[in-house]
Ligand binder design. Structure first.
Ligand SMILES: Cc1ncc(COP(=O)(O)O)c(C=O)c1O
Length: 371
């Protein structure tokens, strides 16, 4: 689905040098490369504070830990996402309240969010799924009306822009809510050579609190005022990320170009729905996801695999139907859009190294099966 080797080759001299530097000055933890990357990311996102951490799941957990929430408080999120989004809510003994998504963008449905608000609701976690921002304006309106926190799960959309329809201001996805979270998992748009994550905020208070949480709840060495976690981005990952951040916009452009090729090849096909980019946002295509209409998905995936072409289903089981998350509040049929998508979506390879020749092979093989 990705070609991390091809991407590495293009930046090998810079990356190797940066890694070598970290090894030579042995600043593996909290060293200059971490501080440099933190500053670079703050500048790129135009956000006041970036708190690097160990992975995207920790970023979400630390964000929730920094808010004064208590067990049983409700956090609204989507049923169509990677498990990490709901996992951290459940781990902290908060109550995940799941809602359905918009059929075009696959992002959290604002009408469903508004309906799900109760006196116990404290936060909303919109996920910018597959690389495009959720309807942030609607989220902010709901949050303001009900006095809720917004934590943006921006693991899949780093670098995407969103323009507020009211003010006309354009900012990076992940910087609209009280807190934004991202993942640097290697296959992400900004991927490390291992695990990594970051949290962003414009609030001094939340930033201070999150810096304490990621460091064992400690402000002064060996004095622990809070129960925290140990979640750090290591120096080698930060050095790699600082180099790759300089290329992030060009990586997004390569993904957008590849998406345009696919869109064109599949345009107006009665059995294939190509991705919709909503007005007001840019799509950085962490995934290129099609919706199939009346196509044998398993058969198609096998047909592609037989020709050496990867494909994947993100996500085959909605969160409310996952064994570990079964809950008497939810049953099959509650989130019809999510449930239909989980049965009909298919993602094709999308990355920075795709050529038109490779894409032609992929689209030819795809259309050969679909008809
Ligand atoms: C939407 C979403 N949230 C959270 C995560 C968790 O990130 P990580 O794998 O770095 O813990 C991921 C990625 O895996 C993700 O796609």
């Amino acid at each position: 689905m990705v070609d991390l080797g091809g991407q590495y080759k293009k930046i090998k001299p810079e990356v190797d040098k940066a890694i070598q530097e970290v090894m030579e000055n042995t600043s593996f933890i909290n060293g200059p490369s971490v501080h440099k990357f933190q500053k670079s990311l703050e500048d790129y996102l135009n956000v006041k504070h970036v708190i690097p951490c160990a992975n995207g799941t920790d970023a979400l957990q630390v964000a929730l830990m920094a808010l004064d929430l208590k067990p049983g408080d409700e956090v609204i999120t989507t049923s169509f996402t990677f498990i990490a989004t709901a996992e951290v809510i459940a781990l902290l003994q908060l109550t995940p309240v799941l809602v359905d998504v918009d059929p075009d963008t696959f992002n959290i449905d604002p009408v469903a969010v508004e309906k799900a608000v109760t006196p116990k609701t404290r936060a909303i976690i919109p996920v910018h799924l597959f690389g495009q921002p959720a309807d942030l304006h609607a989220m902010i309106m709901i949050a303001q009306k009900h006095n809720l926190y917004i934590i943006e799960d921006n693991a899949q959309a780093i670098g995407a822009d969103y323009t507020c329809p009211e003010s006309g201001n354009t900012k990076k996805a992940g910087t609209f809510g009280h807190i934004g979270c991202t993942s640097f998992f290697p296959s992400k748009n900004l991927g490390a050579f291992g695990d990594g994550g970051a949290i962003f905020t414009n609030s001094d208070e939340l930033a201070e609190q999150m810096r304490v949480v990621v460091n064992h709840g400690m402000k002064v060495r060996y004095y622990h005022d809070y129960v925290g976690v140990n979640s750090r981005l290591d120096g080698i990952q930060a050095a790699v990320l600082d180099i790759k951040l300089k290329h992030l916009d060009e990586y997004a452009a390569a993904r957008q170009k590849a998406a345009a090729y696919y869109n064109n090849a599949f345009a107006n096909h009665p059995k294939i729905r190509t991705p919709v980019t909503a007005a007001g946002g840019t799509h950085v295509f962490h995934q290129y996801t099609l919706v199939l209409n009346n196509v044998d998905r398993e058969g198609l995936m096998k047909h592609l695999a037989d020709k050496g072409i990867a494909s994947a289903v993100y996500y085959p089981v909605p969160l409310h139907l996952q064994k570990a998350y079964l809950d008497p509040r939810y049953k099959e049929g509650d989130f019809p859009v999510t449930e239909a998508l989980s049965k009909s979506v298919i993602s094709l390879p999308i990355h920075t190294e795709l050529t038109e020749e490779i894409q032609k092979e992929i689209t030819d093989a795809f259309l050969e099966f679909v008809g």
